[in-house]
Design a binder for this molecule. Structure first.
Ligand SMILES: CC(C)(COP(=O)(O)OP(=O)(O)OC[C@H]1O[C@@H](n2cnc3c(N)ncnc32)[C@H](O)[C@@H]1OP(=O)(O)O)[C@@H](O)C(=O)NCCC(=O)NCCS
Length: 218
């Protein structure tokens, strides 16, 4: 387990061809399908349920939200790792690119307004709090990791994080993320993340702030 987490994509491919042979970077043409997968993955997420409480509109709202995030954060600012069957995605940004630039935020404001509707002020306040508490030293940031509900628990999420974790280890940089459930935090702990703090806005569910020091690869 530990050894696998320390390996790069190529090495993982050699060891676990069934999983990693199908890892690849997403392209613009994948965004629609991946947004649907991410929306399904986060349908029962406690923080998104708090932000979009109406079950009947959460799916479509999340699809719109992840369409924006995949384009504006992943493809424009960092990377989106997926597989050729599009079973999931991990959206991450390299050092200095974690914050959505103001012009991009403004350009997508109408989209975010449609996503969060009356809860837009809560969403904006939570985003601001996340930015205030965001780790300041250089790091790679996992914005979102999601796997299709029917494919969860098969090692796909872990595999989708490996290329970025490998880059962290190579560059001796930490990785940072906010975990919205105890269960996902348990996975991240197994990958070397450590809980550094917890964030909550008013009555929101907690977000666990987690940092993973680089592993020495020599
Ligand atoms: C979290 C997630 C990305 C992990 O991907 P995965 O392919 O299911 O995970 P792996 O098979 O690589 O690893 C299994 C571990 O992932 C975690 N996990 C599995 N299903 C999960 C779920 N529905 N929600 C949260 N964590 C989950 C558990 O820690 C699990 O270990 P366990 O079976 O011993 O409890 C994926 O389950 C998911 O999309 N969950 C819903 C969305 C979410 O919570 N995303 C993370 C927000 S920070």
């Amino acid at each position: 387990m530990l050894a696998t987490a320390m390996l790069g994509v190529r090495e993982v491919q050699q060891q676990r061809p069934g999983i990693a042979a199908r890892l690849r970077q997403a392209r613009a043409g994948d965004v629609r399908a991946l947004a649907r997968v991410m929306a399904a993955a986060f349908q029962d997420d406690p923080v998104f349920t708090w932000l979009i409480p109406d079950d009947s509109r959460r799916g479509a709202a999340l699809e719109r939200f992840f369409g924006i995030e995949l384009h504006a954060v992943g493809l424009a600012q960092g990377s989106v790792w997926t597989r050729d069957d599009l079973a999931g995605a991990s959206i991450s940004t390299p050092p200095g690119r974690w914050k959505l630039p103001w012009p991009v935020l403004l350009a997508h404001a109408p989209g975010f307004a449609r996503v969060f509707s009356a809860r837009l002020p809560k969403g904006a306040a939570l985003l601001q709090l996340m930015e205030w508490r965001h780790v300041r030293r250089p790091h790679h940031y996992f914005a979102y990791i999601g796997v299709a509900p029917t494919r969860q628990g098969q090692g796909i999420g872990r595999a989708l994080m490996q290329p970025t974790l490998h880059r962290c280890d190579q560059a001796r940089l930490p990785a940072y993320l906010e975990a919205s459930t105890e269960r996902s935090a348990a996975l991240y702990e197994r990958l070397g993340f450590v809980l550094i703090d917890e964030l909550r806005l008013g009555g929101s569910p907690p977000l666990r702030l987690m940092l993973r020091p680089p592993r020495v690869t020599s």
